[in-house]
Design a protein around this ligand. Structure first.
Ligand code: DC
Length: 231
């Protein structure tokens, strides 16, 4: 097999790069590769909202109780731990990397993510992680709320059909069988909740560059972002 050598691109400054967009637009795949090529740290903020949602489901916490969810956010330790090339998500000392991606978590995460006190706590942590620079952070509100001063803001988008296809393939690979049309409805519903919530809704920042990834290869998107970094 051909061996691929990743050449780390040298930039003069340790930039902060914000990547936002709806579910399945390719944010995490692209952000991870951009971070790798720059020798930066990748921070998946969606994983943090997923972590709290998983814990709430496991502990039977009432998702309608904002006070209980706020308390949960205060009392949960979420860590990203490097294991070789992989980032593992550790919640209160337990590795839950796979569990946070379950469809049940996807279908409830927007309820948890709309709570102001939950967002306040997670945004505080996210800003701390980005403080030293050299970071690629992806989410929904990174360019608008978490890191409005980011040197580069990207908003990734794709048609709902394409985004569903990607999620469908991901879930199938993990052995989770879902109906395509139902998954599409769930993605539309989640987007709607994320776009229309009162606090930090999913929105392109005015100064973000929008890239439609529907017909693009991953490598093409990554290269475009790296070009923007250079300029
Ligand atoms: O990127 P993802 O699909 O793993 O994100 C899961 C959910 O978390 C998403 O539906 C909305 C929420 N989220 C958010 O509200 N703000 C962020 N910065 C990241 C994710």
């Amino acid at each position: 097999m051909e061996e691929r050598v990743d050449i780390i691109m040298e930039l003069e400054k340790q930039l902060v790069i914000a990547i936002d967009g709806p579910a399945g637009a390719g944010k995490s795949t692209v952000a991870k590769l951009v971070a790798k090529r720059l020798g930066y740290i990748y921070i998946d903020t969606g994983a943090m909202y997923r972590a709290l949602t998983l814990k709430a489901l496991e502990e039977g916490i009432d998702l309608e109780s904002e006070a209980d969810l706020a308390e949960l956010a205060q009392n949960t330790e979420i860590k990203f731990i490097k294991a070789g090339a992989e980032d593992r998500v550790v919640i209160d000392g337990l590795d839950k990397t796979e569990e946070i991606r379950a469809n049940k978590v996807s279908n409830n995460v927007s309820i948890v993510a709309k709570v102001a006190a939950v967002r306040k706590e997670l945004v505080r942590i996210q800003r701390g992680l980005a403080q030293a620079g050299g970071v690629v952070m992806d989410g929904r509100d990174i360019g608008t709320v978490v890191l409005p001063e980011a040197a580069l803001k990207i908003f990734l988008n794709a048609t709902v059909e394409e985004r569903t296809k990607r999620r469908y393939q991901d879930l199938q690979q993990k052995g989770e069988n879902v109906d395509f049309e139902q998954l599409k409805e769930e993605i539309i519903r989640r987007d709607e909740l994320d776009r229309n919530r009162d606090v930090a809704p999913l929105k392109k920042a005015d100064d973000a560059i929008e890239i439609d990834t529907t017909a693009l290869e991953i490598e093409e998107v990554v290269n475009r972002i790296l070009e923007f970094c250079k300029s």
